[in-house]
Design a protein around this ligand. Sequence first.
Ligand code: PLP
Length: 425
Amino acid sequence: MSDVNKTAAADSPVAGGIGTKEQDQAAAGSQVSGNSSLLPTYARYPIALVKGEGSWLWDDKGNKYLDFMCGLAVTNLGHAPQRIKEAIVKQLDQLWHVSNLFHIPNQEDAAKLLTDNSSADAVFFCNSGAEANEAAIKLARRYHQKVAGTGRYEIITFAQSFHGRTLATLTATGQEKVKEGFGPLPEGFRYVPLHDIDALEAAITDQTAAIMMETVLAEGGVIPVEPAFLQHVAKLCKEQGLLLIIDEIQTGMGRTGKLFSFEHYGIEPDIFTLAKGLGSGFPVGAMLAKGHLIEAFGAGSHGSTFGGTPLAMSAVKATIDTIVGDKVPARAAEMGDYLMAQLREKLAGHPLVLDIRGKGLMVGIVCSGPIAAALIAEGQKRGLLVVSAGPNVVRLLPNLLVTREEIDQAVSLLAGIFADHTATA
Ligand SMILES: *Cc1c(COP(=O)(O)O)cnc(C)c1O
């Protein structure tokens, strides 16, 4: 396959994601052309992707790549899916944007599709994951201050979590790295280690408004939350009047084998957030809430110029119709099991592989050291695109319609990459 990309940049500096120190340093000096007009916020790989179709991407030199990262967990129905494209093109001919001061039928329809297919009762549309989490944080505070009358404002989140890059969401994020140099940070966030019930109970005060968490720590290393722990968190929230906020931005829209990952746990969050896969690549985010929270967000309390435009909503509607209608989550579960089984068969026992973990089509290969960046670079040379989740974890996020043959191909490439890495290590 491809043999360009002789020198890949440092580890994944993914949009919204978290890099290492080394990535930052690489970012500072990694402009391919050397005269970019862009701020150097990403340590970009020396590849320019220009075309995509299904599971495949092509660069500007004609090299072809099997895409197992989906930029990042976004193009869940593959690149340029026909049905979504047709819906967007049809809407392009009718109306692109109107103000939220007017009724937007497409937005109503998209919200209804989401509430019909989840435990939520109402939806606020925005444009990104961070904005969706920002809205969740605001709703939790406002509910406690304006509806419940408790005045509580603190949000508890977990170590190694990732919730976004705005000031409030980077503060919510349980990783110091994203906060450096951005102080003073907003007040009212506390962090506890995942799976530590005692620490969680100790962190709850009479000011605690909500607990906010992912069901699989995605950027944090593809760490699935133990069912007993999440169920205990949900119980604590009920007992103590705290809101449970689930960040489904990466896990949602079928990625883990259910439409929303909290369905695996038999719990219902008060609030959950979506973005990445929601528009199949069209930028859009959403915050979904249960009925008792609705009155906290009355007219004038929150808003977004671009949130829920007719154009974005055409992508959302077609995406949900496809995912629900074609039973895509069940397919993701099946293909996830297959991917996991193949990886275990071909990589287990390899001296560099400590664990293979994940849920559905969100899979992490846990390595014995900080070698993810080198493995990813080698993947790019061989025509396979994967991403890291911290320095030790290679993360696989194929699209949810990936075929067995494509999985076989990816696993075989990975097996070769691991084998050769050992040989040269
Ligand atoms: C990507 C991500 C975000 C941030 O989304 P953006 O669209 O980049 O703002 C928040 N939470 C999780 C779990 C994510 O994976």
